[in-house]
Design a protein around this ligand. Structure first.
Ligand SMILES: NC(=O)C1=CN([C@@H]2O[C@H](COP(=O)(O)OP(=O)(O)OC[C@H]3O[C@@H](n4cnc5c(N)ncnc54)[C@H](O)[C@@H]3O)[C@@H](O)[C@H]2O)C=CC1
Ligand SMILES: C[N+](C)(C)CCCC(=O)O
Length: 507
């Protein structure tokens, strides 16, 4: 049974611990992409609101000399992070429903995302607590008159700009470590899916997060994101989204020598060798790698490379499995492929598919609207073969349930094809041979390697890419370092004068 849609809460911008109407009074419609109906609206922030949000974050960072937040012990901040996690769990089904209505993702996936959101806040609460005991570790020096240690401090006010594919989860990957580190933040979610991020604001009020520690401004990229990225009082920008926008964010930040971390697009390969025992197990990972979340995943393994000896059998099984994916309203029980996020994204896929066809590729399966769904931005899972390396479908990120499959005959050819991309986020190898797996782990140019699987993600492990997929690592301890700066502290501990100006010098 499908859950009954609820009313979408009407929220303002979350600034300084309360709701505020946007300065220009404008709002953006929220469209449910599975029904194409408008279900609510969100405030459209502009530079004036960014100003207020950054000022609130700055004030929260400095309030009482930082005693209650930025300089407080990690244990103090952990308490708030745990309280947020508890509220997420309590409101899980409402939040998951909102996420599905906003983004078109299957409700089962939205529920799993909310579990991951709560787990991420808890994980960074643990790290914040453990952090207290790890500060001021002595650094060994070659002169005994000096003692040195490193002090990790929060970087300051951070601007967090996030995408629509996992709206609350991608925001959490930044908010949780930033707050754990003692930063204060301004979050700018994607205009295409902001509802659950605004609900995070409501949760902050409920748990009594100090005002201004987290501010949430919804709005368009150029109007709300750009002034945040270029703001002189924002000390760091963390961004997830497209490579094109990433470049703009980096250019804006460069004017103030502001550090950025960028988690951008991908065109990740999954290489399937002919030594595997069970082709269906490989097919299932391949499917999960490109059809989960409708392929709207930065790390989706959207290029499958399969050994020529098993290519026919693999493709037959892939098509057979793809035919059985349940495509439906994402609220329907058992849905495994919902709608894509927006009309713009839907039109973009259709163009990609027609260009692939015009360039000579074969649409082996899918490529069209499922016949039983007349409304909503739905597209069949799409499998494309006869692909050459100059084709758009091989080179560019589609960010949808569209995969291209290419054969290889030798390991070195597979590596060459895998690395034939400007991107470098992830890569997968499916083989029974540990030596092949080891060699490919080293040879694939990417920040994440999956062996005999695709897409599993654990909050404890580093996440991020190389090449044009960006730089910096989220999650794990690396995620916390993203929001810290390291201060060297060196003390002279002798009663003797330094002696430099009293020749003959002792030095
Ligand atoms: N790596 C990833 O996880 C993601 C990749 N993408 C890729 O990007 C394509 C387009 O999706 P979009 O929603 O247009 O992504 P986008 O990169 O434009 O949006 C991401 C975020 O950046 C903000 N933004 C846009 N312009 C900005 C600017 N000038 N300054 C600061 N912030 C700005 C947006 O409002 C949003 O919050 C997708 O089809 C996909 O290929 C999209 C979302 C996530
Ligand atoms: C690991 N997963 C699939 C939950 C999130 C991937 C991150 C992204 O698409 O930006």
């Amino acid at each position: 049974m499908a859950a009954a849609p609820r009313d979408v809460p009407r929220r303002g911008l979350f600034i300084g611990g309360g709701w505020r109407e946007p300065s220009l009074g404008r709002r953006l419609p929220v469209v449910n992409p599975a029904t194409e109906t408008t279900i609510g609206d969100v405030p459209a922030a502009t530079a004036e609101d960014v100003e207020l949000a950054v000022a609130a974050a700055r004030e929260a960072f400095r309030r009482d000399g930082g005693r209650h937040w930025s300089c407080a012990s990690g244990a103090v901040r952990a308490k708030f992070l745990r309280a947020i996690a508890a509220k997420i769990k309590e409101k899980k089904s409402d939040l998951a429903l909102l996420e599905t209505l906003d983004s078109g993702k299957p409700l089962d996936e939205a529920n799993a995302d909310m579990d991951d959101v709560a787990a991420c806040f808890e994980y960074y609460a643990d790290l914040a607590e453990a952090f207290d005991g790890k500060q001021r570790l002595p650094i060994s020096l070659p002169m005994e008159n000096f003692k040195s240690y490193a002090l990790k401090e929060p970087i300051g006010v951070v601007g967090l700009i996030t995408p629509w594919n996992y709206p609350l989860l991608m925001a959490t990957w930044k908010v949780a470590p930033a707050l754990a580190a003692g930063c204060t933040a301004v979050l700018k979610p994607s205009e295409l899916a902001s509802l659950t991020c605004l609900e995070l604001g409501a949760i902050c009020i409920e748990i009594g997060l100090p005002p201004g520690v987290l501010n949430i401004i919804t709005g368009l990229g150029p109007e709300a994101g750009a002034p945040l990225a270029s703001h002189p009082h924002v000390d760091k920008v963390a961004f997830t989204g497209s490579t094109e926008t990433g470049k703009r964010v980096m250019t804006a930040a460069a004017q103030m020598v502001k550090p950025v971390s960028l988690e951008l697009g991908g065109k990740s390969p999954l290489i399937v060798f002919d030594d595997i025992d069970n082709i269906d197990n490989a097919v299932e990972w391949a499917m999960f790698g490109i059809f989960a979340n409708g392929g709207q995943v930065c790390s989706a393994t959207s290029r499958i490379l399969v050994h020529e000896k098993i290519a026919k059998q693999f493709l037959d099984r892939l098509v057979a499995w793809a035919k059985h994916i349940k495509i439906s309203d994402p609220l329907e029980e058992g849905c495994r492929l919902g709608s894509v996020v927006s009309e713009g994204q839907y039109e973009k896929i259709k163009k990609f598919i027609s260009t692939a066809r015009n360039e000579g590729a074969t649409i082996l399966y899918g490529g069209a609207r499922p016949q039983h769904l007349r409304r909503g931005f739905f597209i069949e899972p799409t499998i494309i073969t006869d692909v050459s390396t100059s084709m758009q479908i091989w080179r560019e990120e589609v960010f949808d349930p569209v995969v291209c499959v290419k054969e290889f005959s030798t390991e070195s050819e597979a590596v060459e094809l895998a690395n034939d991309t400007h991107y470098g986020l992830a890569g997968g190898v499916i083989s029974n041979d540990p030596e092949i797996c080891e060699r490919l782990t080293k040879a694939i140019q990417a920040g994440i390697i999956w062996i005999n699987c695709s897409q599993p993600c654990f909050v404890q492990a580093p996440w991020g890419g190389n090449k044009r997929s960006g730089f910096g690592r989220e999650l794990g301890e690396w995620g916390l370092d993203n929001y810290m700066t390291v201060k060297q502290v060196t003390k002279y501990c002798s009663d003797e004068p330094w002696g430099w100006y009293q020749p003959p010098s002792k030095l």
